[in-house]
Design a protein around this ligand. Structure first.
Ligand code: GLU
Length: 480
């Protein structure tokens, strides 16, 4: 889906990011010129390369844009899609700078893209194309553990990251930190547990934190818990799938709508996310899925009544052409830039609360940060302390057991306590704990600004204020 329905006055994605940035800096007191220094993209590298495929040379165009180097390495995904262009990559790189600052991952912002439809090529061909693109970027230190660390994005995943990491190692055979040159790798190639689910998991943790604040829920006119809330998800890719899966399986939310490329599925009683996901992998779309009602014009489901709307695919899907009709009181932006600046204004005026992209989808880069640290430390999280922690817990449990035997049956331990308490945290538990902590802390930083300043009326402006403030302090500290 694209924003092709948008009206002529709709700003582009890149303009939208700039408009939102400008709205926030107007409320700040930055030294002259610093605002522009932060807003502009430092550099964008464009590469055109040829790969011999199916008897002819195919030329591909790719980009890697570096937005801000106030901290290094710079970080951000690489997207494989036919829609990739310089403006898009630059807007996404800017969002990465603000995102990293907001969730306190020590990186500047970057983003890359390759103009390609990955479904057109088979696995061997994709490997050759990806390696060739990686070669071009590695040669210029645009993939490098200490300078620029890509990750998956739309159209890329563990497979592409493994090829890129391997390409880097072939070209830098003595770099002991080579594995840290990209994140989102498979476990057996230096990845970390919980990275694939991380962005969707982060969306879930963000909603948990939102629902811990009655004042914020009231702003959206919501009550109670996530249990029974009606959720519509647009895009059942990696992010949308995991968010929908965790919300329905763990929090009791009802996924009342799933919007995909070829239409939407709706069911007020809740659609079975796992079954739809399997159906899509097999049939390439949602059409024909037997367990829900199919709607051919998927975009109209964005306007359906629900409690929470999760746009989890492309930028610009909520724009001037449909914003006025969107009924969700709460939107959580799992995708980057799904709401245009114009739509943002319309929705704000209607009282809709938007949990902004730079916070809502930061789970991915947060766990990427853990993976990068793991690669640099060359040891799995929890490896040193897990058994020692378990041994200490055994001591306590032994003591409790002795006491309860002495005091009688009514003082016995609750069932499962022993088993749950004894288990030391492994890598996955530690990753989830670090992600949860990050999502809570960042939300609190945003809401503090949202509620304490009379001139801030929404979470997005609050998010920009926090992150631009942090980028500015780091430039100031450097003496720039
Ligand atoms: N592509 C993801 C994003 O937009 C992840 C970036 C990363 O892990 O570096 O945030």
């Amino acid at each position: 889906m694209s924003n092709s329905n948008a009206t002529a006055s709709e700003p582009s994605f890149r303009e939208s990011v700039d408009i939102m940035f400008n709205r926030a800096v107007a409320l700040m007191d930055l030294p002259p010129g610093l605002e522009e220094k932060i807003r502009v993209c430092n550099a964008t590298y464009t590469v055109r390369f040829g790969v011999r495929l199916r008897g002819k040379i195919e030329t591909f165009t790719g980009y890697r844009s570096v937005h801000s180097e106030h901290m290094e390495p710079v970080k951000g995904g690489i997207r494989f899609s036919l829609g990739v262009n310089q403006n898009e990559v630059e807007a996404l790189a800017a969002l990465m700078s603000y995102k990293c600052a907001l969730v306190e991952t020590p990186f500047g912002g970057s983003k890359g893209g390759l103009c390609i439809d990955p479904r057109e090529w088979d696995e061997d061909e994709m490997e050759r194309i990806t390696r060739r693109f990686a070669y071009e970027l590695i040669k210029r230190d645009l993939i490098n553990p200490s300078q620029n660390v890509p990750a998956p994005d739309m159209g890329t995943g563990e497979r592409e990251m493994a090829w890129m990491a391997d390409q880097y190692k072939r070209m830098n055979t003595t770099d002991i930190n080579g594995a840290a040159c990209v994140t989102g790798k498979p476990i057996n190639a230096g990845g970390i547990q919980g990275r694939v689910e991380a962005t969707g998991r982060g969306v879930q943790y963000a909603l948990h934190e939102f629902f811990r604040h009655p004042e914020d829920m009231k702003a959206a006119g919501l009550k109670g818990t996530l249990d029974g809330k009606r959720v519509i998800v647009q895009g059942l890719g990696n992010v949308g799938y995991h968010a929908a899966k965790f919300l329905s399986e763990e929090d009791g939310s009802l996924i009342t709508g799933i919007i995909e490329r070829d239409g939407a599925l709706v069911d007020d009683g809740g659609v079975d996310v796992e079954a739809v996901h399997k159906w899509i992998s097999k049939h390439g779309g949602v059409k024909g899925f037997p367990g829900a009602t199919y709607v051919e014009n998927g975009a109209e489901i964005l306007e359906k009544d629900c409690d929470i709307l999760i746009p989890a695919a492309l930028e610009g899907v909520i724009n001037m052409s449909n914003a006025a009709n969107v009924k969700a009181p709460l939107i959580i932006e799992a995708a980057n830039g799904p709401v245009t600046a114009g739509a943002d204004e319309v929705l704000r005026e209607k009282g809709c609360v938007i949990i902004p992209d730079m916070y809502a989808n930061a789970g991915g880069v947060t766990v990427s940060y853990f993976e990068w640290v793991k690669n640099l430390s060359h040891i799995r999280f929890g490896r040193m302390q897990r058994r020692q922690e378990e041994a200490r817990h055994e001591l306590i449990v032994g003591e409790l057991q002795r006491l309860s035997e002495h005091l009688g049956d009514q003082w016995s331990m609750t069932p499962n306590f022993k088993q749950k308490y004894l288990r030391g945290a492994g890598e996955l538990e530690l990753v989830r704990s670090g992600l949860d902590d990050t999502m809570r802390t960042a939300y609190q930083a945003m809401r503090e600004v949202w509620h304490s300043r009379d001139d801030v009326h929404d979470l997005r402006t609050a998010a920009y204020l926090v992150s631009i403030g942090r980028v500015a302090s780091s430039y100031k500290a450097k003496g720039l």
